[in-house]
Write a protein that binds this ligand. Structure first.
Ligand SMILES: NC(=O)c1ccc[n+]([C@@H]2O[C@H](COP(=O)([O-])OP(=O)(O)OC[C@H]3O[C@@H](n4cnc5c(N)ncnc54)[C@H](OP(=O)(O)O)[C@@H]3O)[C@@H](O)[C@H]2O)c1
Length: 297
């Protein structure tokens, strides 16, 4: 199969390239060569490569920046998916479009989770733009899967875990305040790439939730990860109110992978199992990056 991966230098795109390359002909595309907001450019990429399947991992993912850089946020997250969906339809290609837990408002009481059938109601520009992107895909694609995930981390690119490690390594005595009243399921981009492979193999369509099993807070996640990394740290839990950010975030974005279970293809692991495996597999590289990052600050 010929598979076009967009956003291929990001966390998930990089892991999708690793997972699909051995068995398929993969075109890994990203900025600056391929800009998904350039409709004519997108059409050229499709016409040249003629993919059988497309995995869109490209997105404007800086949630707080989306509040002010709204033009770019909507161009990448909402309008570009329509270009991809139309181009995929022209080539009869299957489109996997990746979306987010932040399409929900998070008002359900913890630990109640969001299923695919729950009505989205985003509370941030990022969430609203990603929901618009989902709808653009549904309206324009011929065969598609919209895969909603959450709290991604991976070896390639920046994420919350890497930030925590850099801060802890930089000054182990420094008190780090971490939000302890937002609940979700941290998801390893490598595991999600394996899940996307199953979705493509089975040809599952429509909206599918794909996050790790279990749930915790950002504080739980940081503590567990830094313990796995065997570094000294000084974490203190705080509330969202004590740590205000430009974008509102859902207090509960726990997703239920109901459709994956029904299809018999849920390969997602418990979040702690995956964080431990991620730390073990990449410990040397993560520490090296964290120390280099700290030195350059
Ligand atoms: N990260 C999370 O916690 C999280 C949570 C839930 C859902 N998701 C969703 O999961 C998917 C993958 O996320 P991720 O964490 O892997 O993202 P990421 O690491 O930020 O990677 C996104 C990639 O897309 C590229 N990109 C941005 N604008 C582009 C454009 N106009 N044309 C082509 N490529 C462009 C980025 O390039 P630059 O780096 O050069 O901008 C980057 O390589 C996204 O759909 C995201 O919304 C992420």
């Amino acid at each position: 199969m010929k598979i076009l991966i967009l956003g291929a230098r990001g966390q998930l795109g990089n892991d999708c390239s690793l997972i699909f390359s051995p068995d398929h002909r993969v075109m890994a595309a990203d900025l600056p060569e391929t800009d998904i907001t350039d409709q004519a450019g997108v059409n050229c990429v499709f016409d040249d490569f003629r993919p059988d399947a497309v995995i869109n991992c490209a997105a404007f993912t800086r949630v707080d920046a989306c509040e002010t850089e709204t033009g770019m946020c909507w161009a990448v997250n909402a309008r570009a998916p329509a270009y991809l969906a139309r181009a995929a339809a022209r080539h009869h290609a299957f489109l996997v479009h990746v979306s987010t837990d932040y399409v929900f408002d998070g008002r359900r009481p913890v630990p109640e989770s969001y299923r695919e059938t729950h009505e989205p109601s985003p509370v941030s520009e990022y969430g609203r733009s990603k929901l618009a992107g989902e709808r653009a895909v549904a309206d324009n694609a011929q065969k598609y899967a919209i895969v909603r995930t959450a709290w991604l981390y991976g070896a390639c690119g920046g994420n919350f875990l890497k930030t925590m490690l850099r801060l802890a390594v930089g000054d182990p005595g420094k008190t780090l305040r971490v939000v302890n009243d937002q609940f979700g399921s941290a998801t390893w981009s490598y595991r999600l790439a394996c899940q996307i492979q199953k979705i493509l193999d089975k040809g599952c369509t429509g909206i599918l939730h794909a996050t790790s099993q279990g749930w915790g807070t950002w504080y739980d996640l940081a503590r567990f990860f830094l313990t796995q990394m065997e570094v000294d740290f000084n974490l203190v839990p705080c509330t969202t109110e004590e740590y205000p950010t430009p974008a509102l975030r859902p207090a509960n974005s726990i997703l239920d992978n109901e459709r994956l279970r029904q299809e018999g293809i849920d390969v997602m692991e418990n979040w702690e199992t995956d964080v431990a495996q991620f730390a073990a597999r990449h410990k040397k590289q993560l520490l090296k990056e964290a120390r280099a990052g700290f030195a350059s600050v």
